[in-house]
Design a protein around this ligand. Structure first.
Ligand code: NAD
Length: 481
């Protein structure tokens, strides 16, 4: 069985302690490869390599750094099929999704920052004839990048690409639950000839590798995506060390549907925003609020379409719902369905584990689930479930629905469906979230800032914001007379 290796100082190496963890294929519920159970020593070796590489990489001309990133982007594109299959097996997601979203977007991240760095310019400010100020931006140093399992290569590259473009060297840790595409990325980096030590990938557990990255004194900047609880722990460790932090955390996103919406478009998109990747996209809308005149019609159609979603082999051409990522995650999701029932909810469809049979009978498959009849402030409607479970609820007024939407500790993303232009702008302005999609979902322009408010995170990724995050400004003030 394949043993994944760390990528340190330009080479694929085993973990120092030579210990490995099981890596599961969630569609079959079986171990299919091993992942390094690395520890602090591996992180120290990776940091030493990144530190040594930093002086040269940080002054490597932008156009050369750009060429490496573009080469990596094109190698990802050339290996799309292989990477998509690896990601689908590792994560349980439908192959189609990995092929059309995850992997192309990972290539796009390298492409965007490979070209973006060429166009990035710092500011200058003239004080008329007294002085001129200009801002230099220097790469911060060795960046720590820690990512989750739901969009493995996409989110991993979303951090690594701007860090490398900005001139930082990197020590990165993918999720131990989905390590395979990060491993394939290390092979791609070797093929691209990326100078040794510029990117280092250390595999392993969060409380060992992740916390060793967070607490390492030679890593001054950390970009993290994952759960809110983990983000709080990282902030607790990193804040007294005055590290630069970007935290992209959990969500409980509202999907607000007004009766005047374009119904067919709304329904088709709501199917995706509810159940794409088995609901395991941080941007999925898990609380659906429907204006009362449309409620019954929406409920009937939504339930009917949801029941038709085909569940099974992630490689199946018609599969819409693959496996959830792990046994423990499946159990967590099921426990929330039980909680919803205890809280007075009615399960309109789904709610159970599915045996899809054959070689997949041990896989972690769940029926897509719709629940109604819950109070907006019950635990099911306040806590992140991160699975194929949504609640639906009617509302009467804009004021009421905004109160529901803004009632959680989270504020990552939201969706609004209406054909009323002024209402669209008004509601978008009043929702407490970092992203508002009006009449669409998951459309991303990489130039725009990305991230959440409240317990969904601090800092913004995306666009030139990310280049600014991985660099620090120095103002030079020159007196003219
Ligand atoms: P997680 O917080 O359990 O793990 C994320 C990463 O942090 C993993 O690599 C893990 O090994 C590491 N980690 C765990 N403990 C650590 C510690 N003490 N110190 C340092 N690193 C540690 O999250 P997950 O279960 O992998 O991912 C799901 C969560 O991610 C959900 O809450 C989801 O909403 C969130 N998410 C947010 C965004 C966003 O952009 N805001 C995007 C995707 C996922």
């Amino acid at each position: 069985m394949l043993k994944i290796q760390n990528y340190i100082n330009g080479e694929l190496v085993p973990p120092t302690g030579n210990q490995y963890l099981d890596n599961y294929d969630p569609a079959r519920g079986k171990v299919y490869s091993y992942i390094p159970d690395s520890d602090e020593k591996d992180v120290e070796t990776a940091v030493a390599a990144a530190k040594e590489a930093f002086p040269a990489w940080s002054v490597t001309p932008k156009d050369i750094r750009s060429k490496y990133l573009l080469k990596i982007a094109s190698l990802i594109e050339e290996n799309l099929e292989k990477l998509a299959k690896a990601e689908s097996i590792d994560n349980g997601k439908p192959l189609h999704l990995a092929k059309t979203v995850d992997i192309p977007r990972a290539a796009a991240n390298f492409h965007f920052y490979g070209t973006g760095i060429l166009h990035y310019s710092a500011h200058s400010h003239s004080m008329e004839d007294t002085a001129v100020n200009y801002t230099l931006r220097h790469p911060v140093g060795v960046a720590g990048c820690i990512s989750p399992w739901n969009l493995p290569l996409y989110l991993f590259s979303w951090k690594i690409a701007p860090a490398l473009a900005a001139g930082c060297t990197v020590v990165a840790k993918p999720s131990e639950v989905t390590p395979m595409t990060a491993f394939l990325l290390s092979e791609i980096c070797i093929q691209a000839g990326l100078p040794k030590g510029v990117l280092n990938i250390v595999h392993g557990l969060g409380h060992k590798v992740g916390s060793a990255i967070t607490s390492n004194k030679d890593i001054p900047v950390i970009s993290f995506t994952g759960g809110t609880k983990t983000g709080a722990e990282i902030a607790r460790v990193a804040a007294p060390m005055f590290k630069k932090l970007s935290l992209e955390l959990g969500g409980k996103n509202p999907n607000i549907i007004f009766a005047d919406c374009d119904y067919e478009k709304m329904l088709a998109t709501t199917m995706h925003s509810s159940f794409a990747n088995q609901g395991q996209i941080c941007l999925c809308g898990s609380r659906i609020f429907i204006e009362r005149p449309l409620y019954e019609k929406f409920k009937t159609d939504f339930v009917e379409r949801t029941k038709k979603l085909s569940i099974g082999d992630p490689f199946g051409e018609k599969t819409k719902i693959g496996a959830v990522v792990s046994k423990s995650h499946m159990e967590k999701i099921l426990s929330y369905v039980e909680l919803a029932k205890e809280e007075g909810g009615t399960v309109l469809c789904g709610g159970k584990k599915v045996d899809v049979g054959g070689e997949f009978s041990e896989g972690y498959y769940l029926e897509p689930t719709i629940i109604e009849g819950l109070a907006y402030n019950c635990r099911t409607n306040q806590e992140e479930i991160f699975g194929p479970v949504v609640t639906i609820m009617p509302f009467d007024t804009e004021e009421e629905v905004l109160m529901y939407a803004n009632s959680t500790i989270y504020g990552l993303a939201s969706t609004v469906w209406t054909e009323n232009l002024t209402r669209a702008h008004r509601v978008a302005a009043d929702i407490h979230s970092g992203i508002v999609w009006v009449n669409c979902w998951l459309l991303r322009d990489l130039r725009t800032p990305f991230g959440g408010v409240k317990s969904s995170g601090v800092g913004r990724e995306g666009g030139f914001e990310a280049i600014e995050f991985f660099t620090e400004p120095k103002n030079v003030c020159i007196k003219l007379k």
